[in-house]
Structure formats: structure tokens, C-alpha cells
Design a protein. Structure first.
Length: 501
């Protein structure tokens, strides 16, 4: 309780409330713009938070993450063009509802269900945090090594459709992470005589290049795509009677989203699809799905926003990103001198409470911002891509240079952008590469420390029950694709959307 009160005290600052508001505003705008993503926005934001204290910096990014997930529903409903991937399921019923003149009602349903899902997941974590703090006290370098090995095994499923491509991208990230001087031995690796590489490759320009510049190049192929826009004169709050009739759908999707978010390497997109499918499965009128039914909006919106809070649990408590955006937030934590994982909960529990308190405030804020400004945000989508994307490129250059005031980092950003564009063209996701880059250094450091403590007796890594648990989970994670392949295929349950799976 003392750590909780300290965390809430950290948020009792007008400056922190202001940066949370700015994060929510940026998140809704970014989410509403097709092509922009929360991970891209957070990557661009990292360099500008270098001079900030850790609590306001991470609070701002977490607020952007929450609001960006909701912002995607605005264009999904009004344009049938999801501003964020999790909003794909929302468009299935949101857009038909908007076309028949109920766009304002659809946006109101999306806003209310989003905040309900987000608050639900945050309350679950606040209740579970004391238990996580007790578990964190048992972690030593050996347990950290087992944990990071397990995290690396999740590369296969973090995003994208191909496990092999994800593993290749993750392997490249680990290789990039080995550039520079090894902290234990002092040996230079892969520097090729370039002085700037002795301290390793700065991950900030890599993040900006992979998420922003690569997407810029990718979106340049769709400059002439036009979307049909449906106007919404005003956003209407759903009546209490309507919300009460949807309470079971909202609660079920909130539980699904929280659970999926907590699972390492899953995310809001998976949660939204499952929330939509389960809403359809349990609906009394499943035949109405796809024609503009309220359940088809509440189901995915409650689930995807619950997943944002859930995804922060493995990010902060284990140091394992729960989604692509939390992988970028994980990098931001490291940049601000924090060590994500059990150490963070054990040593600075008030910081963890402060971040989740900031996300709770962000959920309340984007309810009012979303309801009051949805009409304005839908107008933002009229910004020509020829103006929008050059502006993104300028911010990418400024952010890369600002991280360490080095033109070398700008070149790293541009090279990473080209690499990211090639990856996207060939079905590779940037998220596994980012995870490999971050976790590769962590697993190497924890292994070196463990070998020093254990006097190079590597078999003693299996003495700890916690280490054994994570090694067992690693084995299951790596063998699961083979197990799933051998399972007999069964027909999908009635009411599910097989195409969405």
C-alpha cells in the first residue's frame, strides 16, 4: 500500500498531468491517421523525452499507447480504414452503422467500451502487483538468464504470420546487439575500425528507422488511394439502457483482452479479433454481425483496449514486450536508465504503480477527448499524404540526431529504414528485430554474470526452480509449432469468423 501511495503521489504534479494529456492527444491523432501507428509515434517520441524524468517520459508514451488504440476506431468507423491494426475488427460493424447515419452512436459505443476495457485491465494489474513484487525478490542473474531465453523463444509469435521470418528477424537483432565492446571481457566486436561503433549501435535510430522511415517508404506506394468518408455531425453517448444490455459482452471482451495482453508476444490485434469472434459466438443474433450491430463494436473495442493495459504487465514485470509498441516502450525504459523486469518491481514498485496510474488517467482523458473531438479528428484524415509523410521524415531525422547529437545516428536511421522497408516487402515484421536487439544484450549480460557467480559451472543454471520453470516454458514455446501442426484439424465452432482467425 505504501508503494501504491508513493506512485500516486508521483502523479500529483501538474506537469505530469500535462504530458499525459499531450500523450493522449497525440495518440488519438496518430491512431486516427491511416498508416501511422502507436509504435511509430512512440519511437519518434523517445528522443524528445531524453531530458525528461523517467515517470513523465514513460507516462507520456503509455498514454499515447492507450489513446492510439482507441483513435484507430475513428477512421475504422467513418472511413472503413482502420487507423491502427486492432481497429480492423471494429470496422466490420462500425462502418455499416456509420453508413446508415449512426456514425456518432458508433463512435460513442467505441469510446465507452474502450475506457471500460482499459480500466478493467489496469484494476486487475493493481490488484496483482503485490504478488508480482513478492515473486520478483527471488530473481538472481541465473533466473534473469532463463527469463530472457524464454523471452527470445517468443520471437516466433510476436507478430507477423511466419514464425521462421520472425526468428530470422530476431536473429538479426541479436547480431546487431553484439556490435561494440563486450562489457565483461573488453573485446571489440564487429566495429571494423569505426569509432562510433565501439559503444554499440544506438537502438533509438534503429527504432525510428524500422517503424517510421520504413512505413514512410511503404506508404509511398499508396499515395493515390482514396477512402469513402462518412461524416458524423456529433458523437452520441449510448444510453445507460443500451450499455446495460451490452454489459456481458463488454465484461467478456475485457477479460479476453486482459488475458491476451498479459501473454508475452500477443497484443491488441489478437485480442480484438478474439473479442469480436466471441461476441458473435455468444450473440443471440449472430447473423446481424457485419451489418452494423452494437455488439460488433463493443466486443473488439473493449478487448483491444484491455490488451494495452495487459501488455504492460509482461513488459514491466518480466521485461518481455507484450506487443510491438511495448517493445519500443521497453527500449525507452532502458534509455532512461531503468531495468525492466523483476528488478524494476522489486526496487522501484512506486514507479510501476505510477505508470499504471498514468494509464488510468489517460483512459479517462481520451473518453472526453474522443467524444468531444471525434469530428475534428475525422477531419485530420483529410491531410494529404504528400504533406503528412515528409513531416514524419523530418521528425525522424530530428529524433535520430537528438538522441546523441550524432550525424552517424541519422545514417543508422536511414539504413534501418531501408532495411525495414525491404523486410515489410518480404513479409518480415520489425518487432522481432527490436526484441532481438534489446533482449540479446540482456541475455548476454545475465549469462556472463551467472557464469562468474557459478564459477563457469553451467549445469548449475538448472538448480533454481524458477530457472527450471522458464527453461521448460522455453522448450514448450519452441516445440509448440510442431505440436500444433500434428493436431488434427477440426471445423471451427459455430458462430466464429474463420477468415478473421
Amino acid at each position: 500500500m505504501e508503494a501504491f501511495l508513493e506512485g500516486m503521489t508521483l502523479l500529483a504534479d501538474f506537469n505530469i498531468i500535462t504530458v499525459i494529456f499531450i500523450g493522449v492527444l497525440i495518440g488519438v491523432v496518430v491512431g486516427a491517421l491511416p498508416g501511422l501507428s502507436s509504435s511509430m509515434a512512440v519511437a519518434l517520441l523517445i528522443p524528445f523525452t531524453i531530458s525528461m524524468e523517467p515517470v513523465p517520459a514513460i507516462s507520456m508514451m503509455a498514454a499515447l499507447y492507450c489513446a492510439g488504440t482507441f483513435g484507430g476506431s475513428i477512421t475504422a468507423i467513418l472511413m472503413n480504414a482502420p487507423g491502427a491494426p486492432p481497429a480492423m475488427a471494429t470496422a466490420l460493424d462500425g462502418y455499416p452503422m456509420a453508413r446508415r447515419g449512426e456514425g456518432g452512436r458508433a463512435l460513442g459505443l467505441a469510446a465507452v467500451s474502450s475506457i471500460c476495457g482499459g480500466v478493467f485491465s489496469l484494476v486487475v494489474f493493481l490488484i496483482a502487483a503485490p504478488w508480482l513484487a513478492k515473486v520478483a525478490t527471488s530473481f538472481r542473474p541465473m533466473e534473469y538468464f532463463a527469463l530472457t531465453v524464454f523471452a527470445l523463444s517468443m520471437l516466433a509469435s510476436i507478430s507477423g504470420r511466419s514464425s521462421l521470418r520472425n526468428l530470422i528477424a530476431g536473429g538479426v537483432g541479436i547480431l546487431i546487439g553484439t556490435v561494440g565492446i563486450h562489457l565483461t571481457t573488453g573485446i571489440e566486436r564487429y566495429t571494423f575500425g569505426v569509432n562510433e561503433l565501439t559503444e554499440g549501435i544506438n537502438f533509438i535510430p534503429v527504432l525510428i528507422g524500422l517503424f517510421a522511415t520504413a512505413e514512410l517508404l511503404n506508404q509511398s506506394q499508396t499515395l493515390h488511394v482514396a477512402y469513402e468518408r462518412v461524416t458524423a455531425a456529433v458523437v452520441k453517448l449510448p444510453s445507460f439502457k443500451e450499455l446495460w444490455s451490452l454489459k456481458i459482452t463488454m465484461l467478456r471482451s475485457s477479460c479476453i483482452g486482459t488475458f491476451i495482453g498479459i501473454l508475452p508476444a500477443e497484443g491488441a490485434t489478437v485480442a480484438a479479433i478474439m473479442g469480436y469472434n466471441e461476441a458473435k459466438r455468444w450473440s443471440k443474433t449472430p447473423e446481424k454481425f457485419g451489418t452494423g450491430t452494437p455488439e460488433g463494436i463493443v466486443g473488439p473495442e473493449a478487448a483491444n483496449n484491455a490488451a494495452t493495459g495487459g501488455a504492460m504487465v509482461p513488459t514491466l514485470a518480466l521485461g518481455i514486450p507484450g506487443s510491438g509498441t511495448t517493445a519500443v516502450i521497453l527500449a525507452a525504459l532502458i534509455m532512461h536508465g531503468l531495468r525492466p523486469g523483476p528488478y524494476l518491481i522489486r526496487e522501484t514498485p512506486e514507479f510501476v504503480y505510477a505508470i499504471f496510474g498514468a494509464m488510468l488517467i489517460a483512459n479517462i482523458m481520451f473518453l472526453f477527448i474522443g467524444l468531444g473531438g471525434a469530428k475534428l479528428f475525422s477531419r485530420i484524415t483529410l491531410i494529404p499524404p504528400a504533406i503528412l509523410w515528409p513531416a514524419v521524415f523530418v521528425f525522424a531525422i530530428i529524433g535520430s540526431f537528438a538522441s546523441s547529437s550524432s550525424i552517424f545516428d541519422v545514417w543508422i536511421m536511414m539504413i534501418s529504414g531501408i532495411v525495414g522497408f525491404v523486410m515489410l516487402r518480404h513479409g518480415f515484421s520489425p518487432a522481432p528485430l527490436v526484441m532481438g536487439l534489446i533482449l540479446g544484450a540482456m541475455v548476454e549480460e545475465s549469462l556472463s554474470q551467472s557464469m562468474i557467480i557459478l564459477d563457469n559451472e553451467w549445469w548449475r543454471l538448472f538448480e533454481s526452480p524458477i530457472s527450471l520453470l522458464f527453461f521448460a516454458l522455453t522448450a514448450v514455446s519452441l516445440s509448440w509449432p510442431l505440436i500444433a501442426r500434428r493436431k488434427p484439424k477440426s471445423s471451427p465452432p459455430a458462430g466464429t469468423d474463420e477468415a478473421a482467425d
